[in-house]
Design a binder for this molecule. Structure first.
Ligand SMILES: [Zn+2]
Length: 177
């Protein structure tokens, strides 16, 4: 891991601790800088990413006990409130959206030819969903809620789509705070 990646991970860690507090997400046990562990919602081993929408904090006991079990199965035994469950579902779906957008950017963009002026062309999204083997993903609410500040006429199609995708990712990240 390079210095830049270490810096990125440190920033993300601080952000997540600030958002979720110094308590285990499962058992609510208070944690210290020595006992805190970063918990992946989608495990590392299942292509889970190290970013704010896929991380929370837990004690090492529950981190170890959970292992690779699905997050939303494992948490059932802790009788979370509806609000708490809703918070993690929102993070999970926002993380999935960001993955779809990143795949659209990396795998589909070179093939994109022409687009109309919608924020992110829906055929790109569909192709990305296929790569992730999910049915589909609706970005409509974000695209309607926010104005995209891009001067379309001055840019190539490729650059325009790339900027739309990046902007949408930032909006989704802000929605997870
Ligand atoms: Zn715990």
């Amino acid at each position: 891991m390079g210095a830049q990646e270490r810096k990125r991970q440190k920033k993300i860690k601080e952000y997540v601790i600030n958002r979720d507090g110094m308590i285990c997400c499962y058992c609510d046990k208070p944690l210290t800088p020595e006992t805190i562990t970063m918990e992946h919602i989608v495990p590392d081993s299942r292509r889970g990413t190290f970013n704010t929408t896929n991380l929370t904090v837990s004690c090492s006991e529950h981190n170890n006990k959970r292992g690779n079990k699905p997050f939303f199965d494992y948490c059932k035994q802790f009788h979370w409130s509806d609000d708490k469950l809703e918070k993690y579902k929102r993070l999970y779906f926002n993380n999935l959206k960001i993955k779809v957008l990143n795949i659209a950017k990396e795998e589909c963009l070179p093939k994109a030819v022409n687009g109309d002026e919608q924020a992110v062309p829906s055929d790109l999204i569909q192709r990305a969903c296929k790569v992730l083997k999910i049915k589909g993903m609706d970005f409509g609410p974000y695209e309607n809620m926010y104005q995209f500040e891009i001067k379309f006429a001055e840019l190539s199609d490729r650059k325009r789509i790339e900027l739309c995708v990046e902007q949408l990712i930032r909006i989704i990240e802000a929605d997870s705070e």
